[in-house]
Structures are given as C-alpha cells and as structure tokens.
Design a protein around this ligand. Structure first.
Ligand code: DGL
Length: 286
C-alpha cells in the first residue's frame, strides 16, 4: 500500500477520462475554496465508455498512483465509468481517502412525481454491477429508462456543447423518455452537465436534471473532515489565494484549456503529462 500525503495543505487530486470532471472540479472549488487542486484529464484515452474493463482499471489505477506521487492528500474519481468499473480496486491498492461518483438514482427517486426517470450514462456504467445495485437499492418503485449516451463524451471532448448536430443527437435520446412519461433525467456522466443548456433547449421545464457534482463536493468535504485533512485559508494554496488549480492532460491539453475558459472562466495553463500504465506502455525498443 502506498502511504498517503497527509498535510492539510497538500492538494486534492481529481481525475476523469477527459474534460467531464471539470464539472466536479467547479463544484469542489465552490464548496472548498481553500483547497489546492490537481486535475488530470486522460483525454488521450477518452472515451473510457468504449474501452474494455481491464483497460479502464489499468488507467484509473495508474492515474490515481500518479496523483498520490504528486502529493495528493485525497482523490476524487470524477468519472462515473471509472468509478463503476474500478473504484473497488483503487480502494484496495491505495490508502489515500477516495471519493467516487455515481449516477444520481437516489435523488431522482426522491424527485420524480411521474415515477418514470431517464438515465443518460455510458454503456460501461449502465451495465456495471454497481449501477444495477443502485437501482435495486433506491429505485424499487421507479421506472428507470437507461440510455447510453453514445457520441456525447466525444462531443464535449471537442468542446461541442451546443451544435445543431449535437442537439439532434440528444433529441434522439431524451424525446423517447419524455414520450414514456419521464419527468426526471439523471446526468450519469460527468461530461453531461456541460450539455445542460442543449438538453434544456429540448426538454424545457418538463424534466428535472439531476447532476450530482454538488453532492460529490459535500461528500469530499465530509471525507476530508473525517481524516482531519481540510486546508485552512491560511495555507494559502487554494483558489481564493489565486492558485486555482494545476491542470494536467495526457493529450495536448488545448481542449482542456478551451473548456476551462469557456465553461468555468478559468485561464488554465495546462501541463501535458505522460502517465504510463501496463496497458499503454510503449513496447521496449528491440
Ligand atoms: N466523464 C466520464 C463519466 O462520468 C466519461 C466516460 C467516458 O470517457 O466514456 O463516465
């Protein structure tokens, strides 16, 4: 087991397959402004939703280990797909406090009046045992319409959050839900909150959109408190002190910078990082 960094001033590591975790980072910055953050977008290998289970576990573990090596005191796996597939493995291997994300089935069950709710998520998330367990635990009296969001992660990765083609793609996913009586839509992928306006342009006020990023930030706050790891404003490394976050990408980082600027108003200097893992390591030269 790796030993976690334990200083309160150490950063929190946040990771996603790509840019979607920025929706979680936005909520964490709002909830915990004194914290210093390191964000990793594994954009070189996104979307994870098209990868096999071993590949997702391999990348998730490698990136979490890398964040711990950078001094992270706690980690947020800001990816439903990686959480569904691999969080148990990461918990087994790393001693650092860890927060994952999962589709907001529980809030949807509390909110839906029609008792029909749609879930948009990746195919990997929807077919995972964790997701099935969530449904069994919280949605016994709810009809849940599961729709894989094919093509949506790719759109956000190229910073397309409102093109006509994207709106048509979304329409094909959400109109059948409306026709089936759904009044609630769970955004079960951290990329999807960036499609909020495009979804609203189709559903208007007929659906409540469930995004769990604020709940994740609160959960992170509780976990930090349990471990006595909350940064104090005097630590001086957090967002209020003018060091918003360290942004890293396994691809060229241009889209991470664009999306952070457009959607979060952050002028991010993006570091291009190489995070090898057993499945992605270059073969040794002969
Ligand atoms: N943001 C990731 C999630 O929450 C996207 C997964 C993918 O890369 O397909 O599932």
């Amino acid at each position: 087991m790796n030993a976690p960094a334990s200083s309160c001033a150490a950063p929190i590591g946040i990771f996603d397959s790509g840019l979607g975790g920025l929706s979680v980072l936005r909520a964490v910055r709002a909830q915990l402004p004194a914290e210093s953050l390191i964000y990793v977008a594994d954009s070189r290998y996104a979307p994870y939703g098209k990868r096999d289970d071993d590949f997702i576990a391999d990348r998730t573990l490698a990136i979490c280990e890398w964040l711990v090596a950078q001094g992270a005191k706690a980690l947020v796996v800001a990816c439903n797909t990686a959480t569904a597939q691999s969080i148990a493995l990461v918990r087994e291997r790393l001693a650092v406090p860890l927060v994952g994300v999962e589709p907001g089935i529980k809030p949807a069950a509390a909110l839906s009046k029609s008792r029909v709710a749609g879930v948009l998520a990746t195919q990997v998330t929807l077919r995972s045992a964790r997701f099935q367990a969530l449904i069994e635990r919280h949605a016994a009296d709810l009809r849940v319409l599961c729709q894989p969001g094919h093509g949506l992660v790719e759109a956000v990765e190229r910073c397309d959050v409102n093109s006509p083609a994207l709106v048509e793609l979304l329409r094909g996913y959400v109109e059948p839900m409306l026709e089936a009586g759904a009044d609630t839509l769970v955004l079960g992928c951290t990329h999807y909150p960036f499609l909020d306006a495009a979804i609203r342009s189709i559903v208007g006020e007929r659906m409540t959109l469930v995004d769990t990023s604020v709940a994740i930030a609160r959960q992170l706050e509780r976990v930090l408190d349990q471990h006595g790891l909350r940064a104090q404003p005097a630590d001086g490394a957090g967002a209020t002190a003018g060091t918003p976050a360290r942004f890293c990408s396994t691809s060229d980082g241009a889209h991470l910078r664009t999306l952070a600027a457009a959607l979060l108003g952050i002028d991010a200097q993006v570091e291009c990082v190489s995070i090898p893992s057993p499945r992605t390591r270059e073969p040794e030269a002969a």
